[in-house]
Write a new protein. Structure first.
Length: 121
């Protein structure tokens, strides 16, 4: 699969994860664990970034930035999921709030991924 398509799928998948976190907050349940969600090399995009990416693509100025932002996204998502599963809805909801670090990180990651796509299109 092309880098452009991998990035596009990552944008969609990470948006989907935000919905899964909201569902976990509402229900106190998840099909995953905070430990798995915290791992930035466990999702399809993370596996691509860490294992399957063309070595030439790693030289892109976007690669290192996205790698770090992606890890931050997963660390925060794991923390939120942990709170949700523990039934700590208010705390989890606050961590997903509009001015939260998670939201800022998620927005910045999506923006960086879109810029990376523009560079290669």
């Amino acid at each position: 699969m092309s880098t452009f398509n991998e990035i596009g799928m990552a944008i969609s998948a990470h948006e989907s994860w935000k919905n899964k976190l909201r569902d976990a907050i509402a229900t106190g349940r998840s099909e995953s664990t905070p430990e798995k969600v915290s791992m930035d090399d466990n999702c399809s995009f993370g596996k691509w970034l860490h294992q399957r990416i063309d070595p030439e693509v790693k030289s892109s100025p976007f690669y290192q930035k996205v790698l770090g932002m992606h890890a931050q996204f997963h660390a925060a998502a794991g923390q939120i999921l942990g709170l949700a599963i523990e039934g700590r809805k208010n705390e989890a909801t606050q961590l997903m709030g509009i001015s939260s670090d998670f939201t800022k990180c998620s927005t910045a990651l999506t923006r960086m991924l879109k810029e990376w796509q523009q560079e290669i299109s």
